[in-house]
Design a protein around this ligand. Structure first.
Ligand SMILES: [Zn+2]
Length: 448
């Protein structure tokens, strides 16, 4: 089995040796436990060493961690990966106009190949900022899946269901869901199949019931948007006489299989429903702020009620980047200011929200640098102003740095970025520009 040793790396204020065997963490011991001699120094630190075989009989590959810290890979619990193609196209317009004039017309032009390239760019961006797993919701899921697997990332890819209350579409979606699910039997172990009813304002009541029983019968995760805007809440009250959360609860969706993105507009009854049912909620602070959806995410209340709180970026058309460190910072700052409590969302909790809790939601044993956990992790380059001095590493990571501090990323025991380089990234950049130019016609837009 392939082994990697990260020697003398900073972990929770101490220097450690982290040994990876196959796709799991095998050992975490005090630095120096696995002697590597001066081989690391000879090749200039983090370069590949011991190519001819195991180093000192310990590992196939040694990474010198002297100037680095190790953190669990981030789990981006709500993303629309291929929307990287629309980065910057819908600025400073209201949500309704954003959807009708920009996003929906552009999305109508997409095919699987375009989605594939958009998702490839998303993967590059996520890897570069330390994410090792993402929970995706987008069209042409096979394009997204192929991109994620090629880039070596773990992901949950879901069949996205919108029917706009149209019976023909509902019928067609049932067929397509079964077909996509069947095809997923051949997917790599890195990818999990799920189903995503988009939201209560785009999916019929009977569809929710069907999806729910299909997901339960097949033990699938259900990923949806819930209580994102005030308008959604008002509409539910008007049409169903209850909140979006109560409505989904009535339809039987509330369970530990549900991942509810946003969960922003909640009453105390709603919070109790989410907590009692062990629902996974995903806070997407940058998207919520940019689309002016709201900012009073009920972090303490949801946590205390028993809900699992995760973190996401949402798509690049609304949050513009996929940097989980950026999301962590915004999430923490928001809690502190709206609660008027500088102690809100302490850093250790925040780190779990961005990694361990997301892994839990996606049923993965990841999010910790401990023996037995999946070997999904990132190495932070500490030779940067943000980490000097290093009084408190997590404070430097979240409040001083951003995703560009990530140097090396390991997912499922494979090194997918080393020394900030991802093989093939130049081709991806060029190709995405080409695809984006086809989808978003600037000349035409200027004439309007
Ligand atoms: Zn979303």
């Amino acid at each position: 089995m392939k082994t990697i040793l990260i020697s003398n790396v900073l972990l929770h204020k101490e220097r450690k040796d982290v040994l990876i065997e196959g796709n799991r963490i095998k050992a975490v011991e005090p630095a120096g436990t696995f002697p590597v001699g001066d081989l690391g120094k000879k090749t200039g630190g983090a370069e590949k060493v011991g190519g001819a075989g195991k180093v000192a009989g310990v590992a196939d590959k040694v990474i010198d961690g002297a100037r680095k810290a190790v953190i669990p890979g981030f789990v981006n619990a709500h993303a629309h990966s291929a929307m990287t193609l629309f980065r910057g196209v819908g600025e400073d317009v209201p949500l309704d106009q954003w959807l009708r004039e920009r996003i929906w017309p552009y999305e109508a032009k997409l095919d699987e190949e375009m989605v594939y390239w958009g998702a490839k760019l998303a993967c590059v961006e996520m890897i570069r900022t330390g994410t090792t797993t993402f929970n995706d919701m987008y069209w042409h899921l096979n394009g997204c899946k192929r991109a994620a697997e090629e880039m070596g990332l773990r992901s949950v890819q879901s069949f996205t269901w919108l029917d706009h209350f149209n019976d023909d579409t509902i019928k067609e979606n049932k067929k397509l869901l079964k077909q996509a699910h069947k095809e997923s039997a051949d997917w790599s172990p890195l990818t999990t199949f799920a189903v995503s009813p988009h939201a209560i304002y785009t999916v019929a009541k009977k569809s929710f019931r069907y999806i729910n029983s299909y997901a339960k019968d097949n033990d699938l995760l259900v990923h949806t948007h819930l209580a994102e805007t005030r308008a959604e809440m008002d509409q539910a009250e008007h049409e169903y006489g209850m909140s979006p959360t109560e409505y989904m609860n009535k339809l039987g969706l509330m369970s530990p299989n549900l991942i509810a993105a946003h969960s922003l507009w909640l009453s105390s009854d709603d919070i109790k429903i989410l907590g009692d049912n062990g629902v996974h909620t995903v806070h997407n602070p940058n998207s919520n702020l940019k689309l002016a959806s709201g900012y009073k995410f009920k972090y303490n209340e949801l946590r205390d009620a028993g809900a699992n709180i995760c973190l996401g970026t949402d798509g690049c058309a609304s949050s513009n980047n996929l940097d989980m460190i950026d999301s962590m910072k915004t999430a923490a700052l928001l809690q502190k200011v709206w609660r008027n409590d500088p102690g809100a969302t302490p850093l250790k909790e925040l780190m779990d929200v961005a990694s361990l809790n997301g892994a839990k939601a996606l049923r993965l044993k990841a999010g910790r640098i401990e023996p037995g956990y999946l070997a999904d992790m990132a190495l932070v380059d500490m030779a940067k102003p943000s980490f000097i001095p290093n009084h408190y590493f997590l404070a430097n990571l979240v409040y001083a740095a951003n995703g560009e501090c990530i140097d090396t990323v390991i997912c499922d025991g494979n090194i997918i970025m080393e020394n900030q380089y991802i093989p093939g990234q130049e081709e991806i950049f060029a190709k995405v520009q080409e695809v984006a130019d086809k989808v978003v016609d600037y000349k035409k837009r200027k004439k309007k």
